[in-house]
Design a protein around this ligand. Structure first.
Ligand code: 6PG
Length: 249
């Protein structure tokens, strides 16, 4: 399957397209008379997209009151810690956008009992999204990133969460950074209607090529496990990140 890749001049142009896609996707759910459920990743790349969504141009067109934002993953730190994904989202968007506070669902990954906190978060997703009995929750839009080691969400190479087949949210210990994380799992990610990867940095060029065009058995990465069962997978990348991708005619 040829991956759907859109290449943009730079982070700014890519982020404008991503913010536009959030507006469009929310519009589609309003037209279908249902709420918009999105899940957001952390790291640095999506910050510009989140900031744009809070600017007048986008904020006036986005349906905030019928939107619910969840987190794809979180670091096991307090919400005011500089490593906190929630803090990034709050500073970039939540402090400036008219999203009803109860419509942002924070992962409480600072909890001493991460197992219970993950279970509680799955319960909160069920309470808000009401998936049909036994089905995985179906997000309208999930935004993902890509690490230089090919991880996405907090699904890192060689970690236990990669094997999860039924829980929606799990704690995940990542030995390479000696840190606990909380993350949505493959079954939930792959139940989404649409997934957008945002990849901007030049230092991602090599892993991006190997993720999208694997050439050897070594080219196996967690990001390759993202394959929506009945949904759309888009890769938004900058020219710098796309520099090693095969040229398309
Ligand atoms: C996190 C993220 C993670 C991120 C990648 C890319 O908590 O770190 O959710 O999966 O998307 O690490 O991060 P950058 O955008 O900072 O390169």
């Amino acid at each position: 399957m040829t991956p759907e890749i859109e290449v943009f001049r730079d982070l700014d142009e890519m982020s404008h397209r991503a913010a536009e896609r959030f507006v469009e996707a929310a519009e589609e759910t309003v037209a279908a008379r249902r709420p918009f459920y999105a899940a957001l990743s952390g790291g640095s790349t999506p910050r510009t997209t989140f900031s744009l969504l809070a600017t007048t141009d986008f904020a006036l067109r986005f349906h905030w009151t019928s939107a619910h934002f969840f987190q794809v993953d979180e670091r096991a730190v307090p919400p005011d810690n500089r490593e906190s994904n929630y803090r990034m989202m709050r500073e970039a968007m939540l402090d400036h956008a008219p999203l009803p506070p109860e419509n942002f669902h924070r992962m409480r990954a600072e909890s001493q009992d991460l197992e219970s906190a993950a279970h509680d978060y799955a319960h909160e997703i069920a309470e808000v999204m009401h998936p049909l009995g036994g089905a995985f929750p179906r997000f309208d839009l999930i935004q993902l990133g890509l690490g230089t080691n090919g991880h996405t969400a907090s699904l890192f190479p060689g970690t236990a969460a990669l094997e999860e087949t039924w829980r929606w949210v799990v704690p995940n210990f990542v030995s390479e950074i000696d840190m606990w994380r909380m993350t949505l799992t493959y079954p939930v990610l792959n139940a989404a209607r649409e997934i957008i990867f945002l990849v901007a940095d030049e230092d991602k060029a090599d892993v991006l090529r190997r993720v999208l065009y694997p050439e050897s058995p070594e080219d196996r990465f967690p990001a390759q496990g993202i394959a929506p069962l009945d949904g759309h997978l888009r890769w938004y990348v900058t020219e710098a990140a796309a520099r090693l991708l095969p040229k398309r005619s």
